[in-house]
Design a protein around this ligand. Sequence first.
Ligand code: ADE
Length: 375
Amino acid sequence: MSAAAAAQSQAVLSCPLLDWFARHARDLPWRRDRTPYRIWLAEVMLQQTQVDTVIPYYERFLARFPTIAELAAAELGDVLKVWEGLGYYARARNLHAAARQVVARSAGRLPGSYDELLVLPGVGRYTAGAVASIAFGQHVVAVDGNARRVLCRVFAVTGDVTRSSVQRELEELAVGLLPCGRAGEFNEALIELGATVCTPRAPRCGECPLAGECQAYVGGDPEPLPVRRPRRRVPHYDVAAAVTLRDGHVLVAQRKVEDMLGGLWEFPGGKREEGETLPECLAREMREELGVEVKVEEVLTVVKHAFTHFRITLHAFTCQLTSGEPSCLDCAAFRWVAPADLEGLPMSVADRKVAAALQAAQGQAPDLPLHGNPS
Ligand code: ADE
């Protein structure tokens, strides 16, 4: 293709897309202020989470940590606390670690090039491209799941979109469309179109600025694209957790930072193994994790929770310590805390529900000592 023909085919798609975006872009908090830190934070939060869920977290996070320097100076626990409920906590740990790097190496200024961004913890091809183009005006693409869907449909790409070779092919197609001097706008426009018009189910092709050029639309059936290999069935685990009270305080443990949900606090326990009852499982876990023997008493609550690759049913039992004093054999830390102070610790959604059940049970029966052993 000649340079002129390439420029023309680029313009055929990018011009109507940019015009559409100018008229239909949603008014979102990260579009009001293009400070690199704010763009970076938004893109990290948006990686696995819907816009509506992100907005209140984004605003709270910035109110608490308005600059990279303030984020870097914070304790990880305080960052996790503000992130609590948003999920994928590695994002918060990486953001915090990256902020510390940026402060140590470049006086709190986020690097402006794609390649330098890419080496920061938690920054992959998508995030580096989004920050470099939106905050720094670099001529690079940022192709997320929404943009991939649009590109698969427009170019009738039928490969499995979960494969990295197909993702690279889509990035190449996006590079071919990138308008000079407007890469950030183009990237956001493609994402916006995917999020609001070119949706997974029932796309609104009648409102799409690219419909006339869209091979899937012209072919009559855009919905089956993109193609992805069928998801594997997610396994289910039963997990037991101990709510152990003593002198009005409950025993909680902090997960090791390198583990899933690392840095969060939990009611200690773990996965049931084959052939074990839940009380046997809990007694074993308390021995392995904290070096104590417990008597497992009653079920306090049962919570179901779905993670990306598995589901759990968390069975929380009231327990009594029968021997030993806790020590951290397989956790980052442990504490005895007043139930009212659990609110201050970062916890996963499932453990937070157990904390709420404990407070509700104590509210109904304040001396449900939960068998607190005055000692
Ligand atoms: N999803 C990922 N990045 C986004 C952005 N900048 N605006 C809206 N949704 C997004």
